[in-house]
Design a protein around this ligand. Structure first.
Ligand code: 5RP
Length: 227
């Protein structure tokens, strides 16, 4: 798929997700180019939202530019909807996320939200997770330990060059891990000291998937029929 087609599909997925936005409420906003398309639509849409919580400093800046108030998650007591992209998503709506290094805040917002709407172009839809390298956000002092732990599992890993996360940490991209049970892999990686977050989103997966492809928009998942 060429970049123009892919960008058009990202925009189409973002547009189709607007029906899940709850008017006059706070919206959870993820990070990445598909989310940037969503933010541009929010700027011009008639939809009135009270404000947003953002998964990255980049998204927060884009929201402010769009005239949308950005709140701290600690200031709100409920988050009806969170909308975010993904690097891979399977038929059970489990995902790999973190290609943009925002996985920790993304996972926090996903867990805080009542409904998680994932927006992707169809190149992200896979039968089995794991072709995309799995991002881990790692505290600086645990980088070498984590690299060794991944190798002990039979995987390979790379420190993402020149990337420091919004939380001041490093990203390690891991390949060759066993994705036959994504929730089990996520739980195992959650036990690793120094790994702040791993990019498997299976324990709290998406509720709704909005996928834009050659044949248009396909919406799947729990409560997909209702906004
Ligand atoms: C950022 C993410 C993004 O959701 C993911 O990388 C998809 O990005 P894009 O919409 O640019 O393809 O997890 O950490």
């Amino acid at each position: 798929m060429d970049a123009t087609t892919q960008n058009a599909r990202k925009l189409a997925a973002a547009r189709a997700a607007l029906r899940f936005v709850v008017p006059d409420a706070i919206l959870g906003v993820g990070s990445g180019s598909t989310v940037n398309a969503l933010i541009s639509l929010l700027r011009t849409s008639e939809l009135n939202i009270r404000g947003a919580v953002a998964a990255s400093e980049t998204s927060a800046a884009a929201l402010r530019l769009a005239g949308i108030a950005v709140l701290d998650l600690n200031e709100i007591d409920s988050l009806p909807v969170y909308i975010d992209g993904a690097d891979e998503v399977d038929a059970d709506l489990c995902m790999i996320k973190g290609g943009g290094a925002a996985l920790t805040r993304e996972k926090i917002l996903a867990h805080a939200a009542t409904q998680f709407v994932c927006i992707v172009d169809e190149s992200k839809c896979v039968t089995r997770l794991g072709a995309f390298a799995l991002p881990l956000e790692v505290l600086p002092m645990a980088v070498a330990l984590t690299l060794r732990s991944i190798e002990r599992l039979g995987g390979t890993a790379q420190i993402r060059a020149d990337v420091i996360t919004d939380n001041g940490n490093r990203i390690i991209d891991a390949r060759g891990l066993d994705f036959s049970n994504p929730s089990a892999l996520e739980s195992d990686l959650n036990q690793w000291p120094g790994v702040l977050c791993n990019g498997v989103f299976a324990r709290r997966r998406a509720d709704i998937l909005v996928c834009a492809g050659a044949s248009g928009i396909v919406v799947t998942g729990r409560e997909a029929a209702q906004p």
